[in-house]
Write a protein of this length. Structure first.
Length: 410
């Protein structure tokens, strides 16, 4: 367990020391000393070894710093300086649980932004009636017994939206194969693929799992090529692993299509492999990766570029935690945990780096409260090394796809 200052795991991934400057001892993430200002303490749990969480931490730092530099976060009639206290879960539910216990009992945080280790510590936050907004692929976070937990990431909704669109607009894809990291997120995504293909009429010919540190995908690629699927896919490995995976498939002689129900950015891919290897790929596009990003996405892009020198095409899944929290606090106009939870559960619209979002219920999980999140979804195809927007899925169509993919339990 580490506070943000203890960044051995982050530095090992090649991030500049500037990532944590001014955050010593869990102090404000970029805001400096708060003096006599009102302070809102936000606890953060993230896996510093997971590339997507590393991106998330860099994004959170610049957004918090910008909020504090502009007078703080206005909630009702009061403005608050944000103090972030960040711990490294190391991807371990046990380590995450220890960190959460410390955030509650010692750091006295007001709210918590969580990660994929949540299954190990949600009973702790629920008992303390501490509101949690998280990015986790685990279905546990959608259990109706948890009244103070909300999912900001579209781990289940966007795959249904993306795959539903692909099914209707790329109908030649009838068989699929894929590989996923051997971790919580990877197993959830493999389950997503099987569920989606079952709902939309494709056949999964085979799937493989790989250690998250894998860089040589040749053996996996050979196995997948042998299935002879119309399309291959992957998810949750991060841009480097995903790109190397696609390259290995082409190197192994795969001639079929690449499709993805999660986001992909060609500039990101081009930093790892020749972009022509994924020419023609159909995938979801985040709002921040559109030719003309949405205003909220553009703001993050500008802040990130100013802070780190250039735009490195980071993943923006985790930072949805921050955008949801800010929107909920401002709409509720209070720090009262129950009122903030009720505001989200009633259906909250907010803008994020992935696009416009709304919280939705999950009746298939027996949960009629709006505890999951759906994003307005853009579909793209890689043509001549660039993203071409080829379709959009609004909330109405998206809900139809989600309903088809996740039928309520009888």
């Amino acid at each position: 367990m580490k506070r943000w200052l203890a960044v051995g795991a982050v530095v090992a991934l090649g991030l500049a020391a500037g990532l944590v400057a001014g955050c010593g001892g869990g102090s404000s993430g970029g805001g400096g000393e708060s003096g006599g200002d009102n302070v809102l303490k936000v606890g953060v749990i993230a896996d510093f070894s997971f590339p997507l969480d590393v991106d998330y931490m860099k994004e959170l730092k610049v957004l918090v710093a910008d909020t504090n530099a502009n007078g703080g976060l206005k909630i009702g009639d009061t403005s608050y300086k944000i103090e972030t206290i960040v711990y490294d879960s190391k991807g371990s539910p046990e380590t995450g649980r220890s960190a959460v216990q410390r955030l509650i009992s010692q750091d006295k945080v007001d709210f918590i932004l969580g990660d994929a280790t949540a299954d190990g510590w949600l009973p702790v936050t629920e008992a303390a009636k501490k509101l949690v907004i998280l990015s986790s692929p685990s279905p546990t976070v959608l259990n109706p017994k948890y009244q103070f937990v909300f999912q900001s990431a579209p781990f289940t909704t966007q795959p249904a939206m993306g795959w539903g669109w692909i099914s209707e607009n790329v109908p030649e894809v009838k068989t699929v194969a894929g590989a996923f990291p051997d971790n919580i997120a990877g197993h959830a995504e493999e389950g997503n693929l099987r569920r989606l293909c079952g709902a939309f009429g494709q056949k999964v010919l085979g799937t493989e799992f790989y250690p998250i540190t894998t860089t040589d995908f040749s053996a996996i690629a050979t196995k997948l090529v042998s299935y002879g699927a119309d399309a291959c896919t992957t998810a949750s490995g991060g841009p480097v692993s995903d790109s190397l995976y696609y390259k290995s498939l082409r190197d192994a002689g795969y001639k079929g299509q690449f499709v993805s129900y999660t986001t992909i950015n060609p500039e990101q891919v081009a930093q790892v492999i020749p972009i022509d290897l994924v020419e023609g790929m159909t995938a979801v596009i985040a709002a921040i990766d559109l030719p003309t990003p949405t205003p909220t996405a553009q703001q993050l892009k500008d802040l990130y570029t100013k802070a780190y020198g250039k735009w490195t095409y980071p993943a923006v899944t985790g930072i949805g935690n921050w955008y949801m929290l800010v929107a909920a606090l401002q709409k509720a106009a209070t720090l009262d945990t129950q009122k903030v939870a009720d505001t989200i559960a009633a259906g909250l619209e907010f803008d994020g780096a992935m696009g416009n979002a709304v919280t939705v219920p999950r009746p298939d999980m027996g949960n009629t409260r709006c505890i999951d999140t759906m994003y307005y979804t853009y579909m793209g195809r890689i043509e001549n090394g660039k993203t071409k927007v080829v379709g959009e899925v609004d909330f109405t169509q998206g809900q139809q796809y989600v309903d088809r993919a996740f039928k309520p339990a009888p």
